[in-house]
Design a protein around this ligand. Structure first.
Ligand SMILES: *[C@@H]1O[C@H](CO)[C@@H](O)[C@H](O)[C@H]1NC(C)=O
Ligand SMILES: *[C@@H]1O[C@H](CO)[C@@H](O)[C@H](O)[C@H]1NC(C)=O
Length: 289
């Protein structure tokens, strides 16, 4: 082969290799940019579709739907902490296991036929038989406190009042994942009562009327603003009520229930998007603590 033609062959090969490398780099950069683009956050409110009675003495810390129009509830406060089985329609407490006066009941979830309950300032939790609430054992976890608890049937999702959403192994209770939740770059602290809903975790933000929707994979998804519920209760003369706390999901009928500490009512709600733009300062005042 003639030297100059060999030179040009090599030159063109090098050129096409560098082209391919160049194209790959461009693709990588653009796909990185696509990933880095924040997903559109949702801002929602709720319509009440049903109201049910709720024990106004229940300092609700954990709530879940157990099928057959039955709720399981964990209540807090020293001397008043308990686990309960509650009839949805009447609010009647059908079974109650009172806790020791030294304990403060917190998040509750159901895995199989066993209820798992956290306690506030201790790293110890309790396991109960779903049928009769008899105590089956205790467990220890690695979170700083015990606040919220939920499950997708595979892992336990836990909160401890910080901005971290934990995933715990339901056998060892070791943290297998710790996800810090951010809203527009700001940490969402005070993650409290949790519910697993359709692949998402919904978290009450303590001392706010807001629920944060969180994806265990993609992080913060949006806010649900529920200030109207507490406002209506106050307007109706229920001056002794405390904060919104307690989310339960009926996965079969896709019903969402919410209540609060010492609330005389439990609501079935439907979530809908807010049309008007909301000022950032409103969200910060309402939801960030
Ligand atoms: C469902 O609840 C009703 C009323 O409390 C009870 O009579 C019935 O036995 C329950 N069914 C099941 C399958 O647990
Ligand atoms: C509670 O129910 C379980 C079966 O689900 C049974 O083994 C246990 O003896 C019951 N405990 C009490 C105190 O009734």
């Amino acid at each position: 082969m003639h030297t100059s033609s060999l030179f040009y062959t090599k030159f063109y090969m090098a050129l096409s290799v560098s082209n391919v490398v160049f194209v790959i780099i461009i693709l990588l950069i653009s796909s990185y940019k696509l990933c880095a683009v924040e997903h559109v956050l949702s801002y929602e409110m709720v319509n009440v579709v049903n109201e049910f009675p709720h024990d106004p003495q229940a300092f609700t810390e954990g709530l879940l739907y157990g099928g057959n129009d039955t709720l399981f509830e964990s209540t807090g406060d020293y001397g008043k902490s308990s686990v309960r089985k509650v009839d949805l329609h009447t609010g009647k407490v059908e079974e109650l296991e009172k806790m020791d006066d030294s304990l403060f009941g917190e998040g509750l979830t159901l895995v199989g036929k066993r209820l798992f309950q956290l306690t506030w300032l201790q790293k110890v939790g309790f396991i109960y038989d779903q049928k009769n609430l008899s105590k089956l054992g205790t467990f220890n976890h690695e979170m700083n406190d015990g606040w919220g608890l939920a499950t997708d049937g595979k892992v336990l999702f836990g909160s401890d009042g910080s901005s971290t959403l934990y995933q715990l192994d339901p056998q060892t209770f070791k943290a297998v994942s710790k996800q810090v939740v951010y809203y527009k770059g700001k940490e969402v602290f005070n993650l409290n009562e949790l519910e697993y809903i359709n692949g998402e975790i919904w978290a009450n933000v303590f001392q706010s009327d807001c629920i944060a929707r969180i994806s265990p994979k993609d992080g913060f998804l949006g806010w649900i603003l529920l200030q109207n519920l507490r406002k209506e209760l106050l307007k109706a003369g229920n001056t002794g009520i405390d904060v919104l706390n307690g989310i339960a999901w009926d996965s079969e009928q896709n019903r969402i229930f919410v209540t609060g500490k010492l609330w005389p009512k439990l609501y079935e709600v439907k979530v809908f998007p807010i049309k008007e733009p909301i000022e950032e300062s409103v969200i910060e005042k309402l939801c960030l603590r």
